[in-house]
Design a binder for this molecule. Structure first.
Ligand SMILES: *Cc1c(COP(=O)(O)O)cnc(C)c1O
Length: 245
C-alpha cells in the first residue's frame, strides 16, 4: 500500500509496537503506564506525518531544530486547525533563536547554560508582555552524562546551580531534567546517574519531576531508571537521512 493511506497504516503499526514496548517496560519495572509520556520526535519528517500521529492520539512532538519546528508547527495548524499539539524542542538552541522558540514551544528540553536560560527568559517575558503567550515556558535542564560538549548538556556538577538559576527566572518554569545516553556506554548506568541528579534537583524544586530519557535504542533502560518521558523518533517514523541524525 502506497500513498497517504499506506503511510498512515505504517505509522499506526509503528505506534502500536512502540506502545507495546513502553507498556512491557513499565510492567517489568513495576511502574504505571501513566507515569511515562511518549514524545514523538518528528525531526526531518513532514507535517503530514505529525498530522497522522495526532489523528492516532499522540499530542506531544519533539524537534531538534528551531527553524524546522517553527515551520512545521505552522503547517500543522493549517492541516489540523485547533488541534492540541504540543511542541518540545529537544535540540540545541542558540540564544539568537530564543525569540522564535518562545512563540511555539510548549517545552524546551535543552537548557544547558545560565546564559541561554537568561536569553530565553527575556524572550518569553517580552512575548508575554505583548500578549503573545499565556504563562511561563516549561523547561528541562539538559545534563551531559559524558562531558561531550558536542552533544549539548550541562556537566553533571553544574546541573544543580543551573536548575537554581532557571527556578529563579521570571518566565521559565523548571520542570525537570533531560539527557541522552552517551554513545557506547551502558545505558542503565547512564540513566541511573541521571536519576540521582534528578532526585537531588527535585528535592530542592518540587515542580521539577520530569526525567526525559530514553530513545528508540534504550527506552527500556530509561524506564527501568525512572524516565517519565521517552523521546522516540526512528521506531515510530522510520530512518532519517544520515546527515541529520
Ligand atoms: C533524534 C532525537 C531523539 C530520537 O532518537 P531515535 O533514536 O530516533 O528514537 C531523541 N532525543 C533527542 C535529543 C534527539 O535529538
Amino acid at each position: 500500500m502506497n500513498g497517504p493511506a499506506g503511510r498512515r497504516a505504517e505509522l499506526a503499526a509503528a505506534l502500536t509496537a512502540v506502545r507495546t514496548r513502553v507498556a512491557a517496560a513499565c510492567a517489568a519495572a513495576g511502574r504505571g503506564l501513566d507515569e511515562v509520556e511518549l514524545l514523538a520526535v518528528t525531526k526531518t519528517h513532514p507535517a503530514a506525518d505529525v498530522a497522522a500521529l495526532l489523528d492516532l492520539g499522540l499530542s506531544a512532538f519533539g524537534e531538534n531544530r528551531p527553524q524546522e519546528a517553527g515551520a512545521k508547527s505552522a503547517e500543522l495548524r493549517r492541516l489540523r486547525p485547533g488541534a492540541d499539539a504540543r511542541w518540545h524542542l529537544v535540540g540545541r538552541l542558540q540564544r539568537n533563536k530564543a525569540r522564535s522558540v518562545a512563540t511555539w514551544a510548549a517545552r524546551v528540553e535543552s537548557i544547558d547554560s545560565a546564559r541561554l536560560a537568561g536569553a530565553l527568559d527575556d524572550a518569553v517575558s517580552r512575548i508575554r508582555e505583548a500578549g503573545g503567550r499565556d504563562g511561563a515556558l516549561p523547561v528541562l535542564v539538559q545534563i551531559s552524562l559524558d562531558a561531550d560538549p558536542a552533544r549539548g548538556g550541562v556537566p553533571l556538577d553544574g546541573a544543580r546551580a543551573l536548575s537554581d538559576a532557571v527556578a529563579g527566572s521570571r518566565s521559565l518554569l523548571l520542570r525537570g531534567v533531560m539527557a541522552v545516553a552517551p554513545r557506547g556506554a551502558d545505558p542503565d548506568r547512564a540513566f541511573a546517574t541521571l536519576r540521582r541528579a534528578a532526585t537531588g534537583i527535585h528535592a530542592e524544586h518540587p515542580g521539577a519531576e520530569v526525567i526525559s530519557a530514553g530513545m528508540t535504542a534504550d527506552l527500556e533502560a530509561a524506564i527501568r531508571n525512572g524516565s517519565t518521558c521517552v523521546r522516540v523518533g526512528t521506531a515510530l517514523l522510520g530512518d532519517r537521512p544520515l546527515i541529520l541524525r
